[in-house]
Design a protein around this ligand. Sequence first.
Ligand SMILES: [Fe+2]
Ligand SMILES: [Fe+2]
Length: 389
Amino acid sequence: MKGNFVTDSIKYVGVDDKDLYLFESQYEIPDGVSYNSYVILDDKIAVMDGVDERGQDEWLDNVKKVLNDRKPDYFVIQHFEPDHSGSVEAFLKEYPDVEIVGNAKTFSLGANYADLLEHKQLVVKEGDELKLGSHTLKFIMAPMVHWPEVMVTYEESEGVLFSADGFGKFGALSIEDDDWACEARRYYFNIVGKYGAPVQTLLKKAANLNIKIIAPLHGPVLSENIEYYINLYDIWSSYKPEEKGVLVAYASIHGNTEVVAKYVAKKLQEKGEKIAFADLTRDNMSEAVEDAFKYDRMVIAASSYDGGVFLPMEYFLMDLSYKTYQNRKVAIIENGSWGPTAGRKMKSYIEGYKNVETIGDMVTIMAKAKEADYAKLDALIDAVIEAGK
Ligand SMILES: [Fe+2]
Ligand SMILES: [Fe+2]
């Protein structure tokens, strides 16, 4: 994307949000996020999606500049979540004669958020086309690729797929980021992760399209190596590990579990394993969730607490359960100063996941790890390596 051009006739009018601390009140976004919106200029003009209310004024300015005194004919709403539709009412106030384009669910769900009734509505369904002039929009339903009303739009003449939240990533566009996959993966697993099957369905439909450009609702417009992005989405949505490697995630109260977790991570690394490391009491949970899905194995270590497991670990395992963590292998280390209970609790989560095996024998540490414990940890480390073969 050069300046605000996606192509000569498709303009970017989205906005960056660099001040938001937590996206969806839970995901830290140190580099911000972008709310993307596009204008297609033709005989008829279509505006593709809105932005979060936080960026409303800047967005309306961008739209106005690109329209250059013309009025939009269509306002296509692909996704009604507030990070895109928070500005819908302001837009309709500015352009009351625009025809809102959505599917039946867009309007029924959207009515819970905004007053759409006084405006013209064009209800589209799977495969419907809307001619703008030389551009033609084809609507493809993508229910539960995050929300039930989601649809994506394929513009045939230039091969642009407007992909809604799909292929989105964290990070404001004005902040340079060479590694698309890192923040796109964190975005995917935390936000769309539960909905792998609907994403697979959408990818099958997309396979019939000649896609040259992907224009998502967050992050950069993708115009090269489209196969690379589609392939990653295929891996992620089918819950296959992306790489061989181990996430060592721990929740330590007084630091003794941390010592053990660090020992395990260091040894695994020395023996050639790729490692991700997460202190669940301090690090952002969404990074740990991302790494749990990225790699094929995980070592979890936690203190016992109130007859269960120290809560940051329970929250993490519960989060993985929400995201339908599956097809992986997990080793367990528990700690308890008098009667360890963490292991039982962690096991109950592991047993609840689909196709997740426990690696080796669980290691129990009583407060500080002793020499005999390190021998057991070494055996567990070997089992983790073996499980990756
Ligand atoms: Fe969304
Ligand atoms: Fe979004």
